[in-house]
Design a protein around this ligand. Structure first.
Ligand SMILES: C[S@@+](CC[C@H](N)C(=O)[O-])C[C@H]1O[C@@H](n2cnc3c(N)ncnc32)[C@H](O)[C@@H]1O
Length: 212
């Protein structure tokens, strides 16, 4: 059974505001979508973890057979379902789930997606292990992750204060090399690394990792 955590409570509380916020780097986001689409086709099944309000899943749904988009927050998933219904999207489904307790058998999906997620997870080993488990052999994990250690130190100093005020969730700090290493330790081979940002220094590496 799904257990409500502090993280879920935080994201439930901010879900409606998150849904209304504009994407900060639209061109960078479009690059990520375009490159992700290159790894999809109409025969593939995909799972997205930390899907938020489903924007990305709904944009990618036309390029796969089926996409299951998941999030720790029931409020995010409720909004995603509203959007899917409004758009008449028939091959995207939404579920409250986390990678470490994903309710699918081993080897279910061809592709797993995790955008702006891994820095928010304390149990990264179990999370990456869960992503690995639900992928078919040779399946791809496509991610983009803010690396706090590569950001302005002022941002890092502000986070604990924002957490105290209930304005920020759990966040962990690592750099791109550490992110790649933890992905590899979980049983993946990195086959592509890129930076898609178009607004100055980009601290969010885009990685494509293959299950080995
Ligand atoms: C910054 S938002 C990113 C949403 C979306 N992927 C995007 O790029 O706009 C992070 C999302 O991850 C979810 N989340 C946080 N911790 C999670 C976890 N352990 N497992 C699954 N989802 C989680 C939050 O509820 C939130 O919707």
């Amino acid at each position: 059974m799904f257990r409500m955590t502090n993280d879920a409570r935080f994201w439930n509380r901010v879900a409606r505001k998150y849904a209304a916020d504009p994407i900060s780097d639209e061109a960078g986001y479009e690059r990520t979508l375009a490159r992700t689409r290159d790894f999809l086709d109409g025969g593939k099944t995909a799972v997205e973890f930390g899907c938020g309000t489903g924007t990305t899943a709904l944009k990618l749904a036309p390029f796969v057979k089926r996409i299951v988009a998941t999030d720790i927050s029931g409020e995010m998933i409720a909004i995603a379902r509203e959007k899917a219904a409004a758009q008449g999207c028939a091959n995207a489904e939404f579920a409250v789930a986390t990678p470490d307790a994903a309710p699918w058998p081993d080897g279910t999906f061809d592709v797993a997606l995790g955008f702006n997620l891994l820095h928010l997870v304390a149990a990264r080993e179990a999370t990456l292990g869960g992503v690995h488990r639900v992928l078919k052999p040779g399946g791809l994990f496509i991610s983009k992750t803010p690396c706090l250690k590569e950001m302005n130190p002022v941002v890092r100093l502000a986070i604990p204060l924002m957490q105290l005020a209930g304005k920020a969730p759990y966040v962990s700090a690592f750099d791109a090399a550490e992110l790649e290493r933890m992905t590899e330790v979980a049983g993946f081979e990195i086959i592509e690394r890129a930076r898609h940002g178009t607004k100055g220094k980009d601290a969010r590496p885009f990685l494509v990792a293959r299950k080995v």
